[in-house]
Structure formats: C-alpha cells, structure tokens
Design a protein around this ligand. Structure first.
Ligand code: G3H
Ligand code: 13P
Ligand code: ZN
Length: 306
C-alpha cells in the first residue's frame, strides 16, 4: 500500500538521509523506479506533474502507481508535483494520491499562503501530505543581490509560511533550477541560506531541480546524435552537502529523461533492424533504473528498509 510523504520524510529526517522523488510519465519510468527501489531497499516517492497527467491521464497514472504500491516491498508515496491550482490538487486527492505539492511560488506571499492553506485544509482531513514552495526556481547566476533576494527563499519568512499554512514539507529555492542547463559557469548553491532556513523551519525541506546531468549520460546521448552542448547539473558533492544541511526530499526528472533518451538513441542507431518496442524501451528502463539506484546511494536512502 502507498504511504504518505510525511511518513517517508519523518523517518528520513530523523536519520539524516534524503529520499528521491522521481517523475514519471509512462510505465517504463515507473518500473525503473519500482525495480530500483526494491533492489536498493529504499523508500521512494513517485512524482506526477500536471503535464504528465495531461500526457498520460490521471486514472492511468494513479492506477499504475497504486498497483506498484501494492506490489512494492518498500514504502512508496504517490505525489503530485507542482500542482498549480486547487482543482488539480482536489482531483489528485480523489484519485488516491498520498501527497500533493501546491506550488504557489508564482503568487505573492499572502496569496501563496492562502492557496496553500486551502489545500492543507482539504488534504489533511483525508490523510494526504502537503508540500508548499516559497521562493522561485530560476537561474540566479547573473542576477544582482536584490534580484537574488527576490528569487531565493527568505529564511525569515519561511517560518511564518510554514506556521500559517501547516504544510508538511517546504520546497526551497537556493540556486537550483529545473532542466539540463542549470549553470553557465561554476555550479553554486546558497548553502548559508539553506542553513538559515533549516534553523528556523521544522518540517522536511525539499530540493527541486536537483538533477546531476552526469557527463557519461550526456556524452552517450551526444555520441548518438543528441545536441546537449552546455548541459550542466548539480554535482554530487553539492547534493551531499545539501543533505547534511537539512534537505530531506530531492526531486529528479531530467537525469531520467537523459538516461531514457540516450539509450533509445543508442539502440536505434546501433540496431537499425530493431522494431520491437520492448527491445528499445527495455534497455531505456534499465538505464533509468541504474540512475535511480545511484541516486538512492547518493542520498543515503539505500538499505533503510529491512
Ligand atoms: O519540475 C518539473 C518536472 O521536471 C516535471 O516536468 O512539467 O515537463 O512534466 P513537466
Ligand atoms: P530536474 O529538472 O533537475 O530533474 O528537477 C526535477 C524537479 O524538480 C521536479 O519537480
Ligand atoms: Zn520541481
């Protein structure tokens, strides 16, 4: 059975490790997560975004993950990633999600609080966890100090946000961004800010935009025709430091997309006679599973489940 993010993240926070939230759009990605978490004996969060719902359908995705939850021998949560409105959240709660994110980061502070609180009031009585977001995920490399302050999470208001909304987890902006092009120059995260937030806020903290964009995946994809010049992610050492400073949930999508695409490209290029989708998607699933397993080891969540 599926469990909530709250349950998974409380255990992780108490022991000082982080749990991966991996985005899915299809069966192959879900299977990669299911098999990876079983082999690593790791708790895991399956994340579904509104655009994944648009692509594959809420019922298909929810039913697949609920089935995975029944078969899984590790704690698994079904989480709405970047829910932008009350209606989407409400549909996901009805469909059996055990956790939802309401991303009000595009709103002003008071509007973000009011939308997030409304979601908490809907979700908590039904036993569903809620993640809120304060600050915006955007490239901050070339921004001025004032611009950075406006984009990154303000530790002084994070406490008020958590207290007034009642969220179970808080997504923070400390310099990461979504996708494969996170930095033009040297990767840099605002660890002092993270420390200050951790000091003031008691709920688990979430790092979005945490993919590493490993060069071996990018090079393989490029070898078979992908154009990914300048792709850059978060180095593993930064992830370890972020966990040591209080990050408990880590969101990964891009690395799975890259592993999938690189492998599909390789098979199509090296086996031009192949037209059985299982012989193309099977290796892609295996490549994603290896990414999932490596993340679990990096996050310290491996072998936490007896
Ligand atoms: O944070 C965004 C996730 O990577 C999901 O991306 O909206 O394209 O499904 P998506
Ligand atoms: P990446 O694009 O770095 O994988 O981040 C994914 C994410 O934050 C999903 O919410
Ligand atoms: Zn995100």
């Amino acid at each position: 059975m599926l469990v909530t993010n709250k349950e998974i993240l409380s255990a992780a926070m108490a022991k000082g490790y982080a749990v991966g939230a991996f985005n899915i759009n299809n069966l192959e990605t879900l299977l990669a997560i299911v098999e990876g978490s079983a082999e690593e004996r790791s708790p895991v969060i399956v994340a579904v975004s509104p655009s994944a719902i648009k692509y594959a359908g809420l019922e298909y995705l929810a039913t697949m993950v609920k089935t995975a939850g029944i078969l899984a021998r590790v704690p698994m949560a079904l989480h709405l990633d970047h829910g932008k409105d009350f209606e989407t959240v409400s549909k996901c709660v009805d469909a059996g999600f055990t956790s939802v994110m309401i991303d009000g980061s595009h709103l002003n502070f008071e509007e973000n609080i009011s939308l997030t609180k409304r979601v908490v009031d809907l979700a908590h009585p039904k036993g569903v966890s809620v993640e809120g977001e304060l600050g915006r995920l955007a490239g901050v490399e070339e921004s001025t100090v004032e611009e950075r302050e406006a984009i990154l999470t303000d530790p002084n208001v994070a406490k008020e946000f958590v207290e007034r909304t009642g969220v179970d987890a808080l997504a923070v902006a400390i310099g990461t961004s979504h996708g494969a092009y996170k930095f033009r120059a040297k990767p840099r995260l605002d660890f002092e800010r993270l420390k200050a937030i951790r000091k003031r806020v008691e709920v688990p903290l979430v790092l979005h935009g945490a993919s590493g964009v490993p060069s071996w995946i990018v090079e393989k994809a490029a070898k078979y025709g992908a154009e990914l010049g300048g792709a850059k992610g978060i180095p593993d050492e930064h992830i370890k430091k972020a966990i040591s400073l209080g990050i408990t949930k880590i969101n990964i999508d891009t690395d799975l997309r890259l592993a999938f695409t690189g492998t599909v490209r390789e098979i199509l290029a090296t086996s031009p006679k192949q037209f059985d989708p299982r012989k193309i998607l099977g290796p892609a699933k295996k490549a994603m599973k290896e990414v999932v397993k490596a993340k679990m080891r990096l996050f310290g969540s491996s072998f936490r489940v007896p």
